[in-house]
Write a protein that binds this ligand. Structure first.
Ligand code: AMP
Ligand code: MG
Length: 333
């Protein structure tokens, strides 16, 4: 599986193809094999990765050069596809009926058995979903027939792209293909509304006015302090809410029999109650793909702690260590 990803980083020039049916079919094929494809939506160009493929998602974070794992928006062709991934209540149904397809993202509780890899939502038990209106995005989603994770198609910290040329200026050589649909019409990002709790929250202002949303489901709250920072200033901080219930100890070189070991690389200390290896070969892309699933699997009642071996602070290792440091922060029992 990981070898299908290597050509994305080894390629020196990313092709740009007009978003015609043959190019859309090729893009869907590349995505299904785990490659990254940029495509137009009505808001900005998205950088797509198969949301069910953790390796493809790890490659997406690597291509954007994000220093942390922000939860991603997952794109689907219609509300019916969205209902398979997340739990819709009456508010979600009303907003979907009014604004989908369109520049609205709903954050909802994950459905049981949700096919989206945990890395897409940075380990959170919620999922951000959107149905884009753009005809190329629609055609791509219907051809692919899988949920597509897509943050804006720019390197971390740079402006969101509203033309294919902006995408290639930032990501040339790092992704398989760019579908060109001309300039985006909205040019603003989607409005993100949180519906995971009783109070609807405006998590990010965007292409749909909060008043139009409030008219349907009542006034929108602002997220509590830390979440406000997270949503408005630095989306990745949201993930601070995710932590295993066991204590987490970093940089372990030895392990006790009542501890779970999250290993990395070939030289693994023996003696843990249970061991899972992020990547026996020391591959950071594989480690990122496994991070949240392994943390969940090791978070077992009855054990004393999850101990984690050292992971190099480079490339995707930066985002992995960022997340692990937060999971290891002391917290109230
Ligand atoms: P972008 O990466 O530019 O597409 O932005 C994605 C936006 O969606 C950010 O503001 C994230 O904080 C927000 N988001 C994605 N998933 C979630 C989630 N599960 N909970 C809360 N906000 C989310
Ligand atoms: Mg962005």
């Amino acid at each position: 599986m990981p070898d299908t990803l290597l050509p994305d980083t080894a390629m020196s020039i990313t092709r740009i193809l007009p978003g015609q049916p043959a190019a859309i079919a090729e893009a869907a094929g590349l995505l299904a094999q785990g490659h990254l494809v940029a495509f137009p939506t009505e808001t900005v160009y998205g950088l797509g990765a198969d949301a069910t493929n953790a390796h493809a998602l790890a490659a997406l974070y690597a291509a954007k050069g994000r220093p942390r794992f922000n939860p991603l928006i997952v794109h689907v062709p219609d509300t019916e596809a969205a209902r398979k991934l997340a739990r819709f209540d009456a508010r979600a149904e009303r907003l979907a009926a009014a604004f989908w397809p369109g520049p609205l993202t709903l954050v909802l509780p994950r459905a049981p058995g949700c096919a989206v890899a945990p890395l897409a939502s940075a380990g959170l038990d919620t999922l951000a979903l959107r149905v884009p209106r753009h005809p190329i995005a629609q055609a791509l989603l219907r051809t692919l027939d899988r949920p597509l994770a897509a943050p804006s198609a720019n390197p971390s910290g740079r402006l969101s792209p509203t033309e294919a040329a902006h995408v290639s200026a930032g990501l040339d050589g790092k992704i398989a293909l760019i579908l060109d649909g001309g300039p985006c019409t909205v040019g603003l990002e989607s409005t993100v509304v949180g519906l995971a709790g009783p109070q609807p929250l405006l998590l990010r202002p965007g292409g749909i006015a909060p008043d139009a949303i409030a008219a349907l489901i009542g006034p929108l709250g602002l997220p509590p302090d830390e979440a406000a920072q997270a949503a408005l200033l630095s989306p990745g901080r949201l993930a601070a809410h995710y932590a295993p219930s066991l204590q987490v100890r970093l940089g372990a070189t030895s392990v006790d029999p009542n501890e779970a070991l999250l290993a990395f690389g070939p030289n693994v200390p023996a003696g843990a109650a249970v061991t899972l290896n992020l990547s026996p070969t020391g591959d950071l892309l594989e480690a990122a793909a496994n991070l949240f699933a392994h943390l969940h699997a090791l978070d077992r009642p009855g054990l004393r702690a999850i101990v984690v071996m050292a992971i190099p602070d480079e490339g995707l290792g930066l985002a992995i260590n960022d997340r692990l440091r937060r999971a290891a922060k002391p917290r109230a029992p």
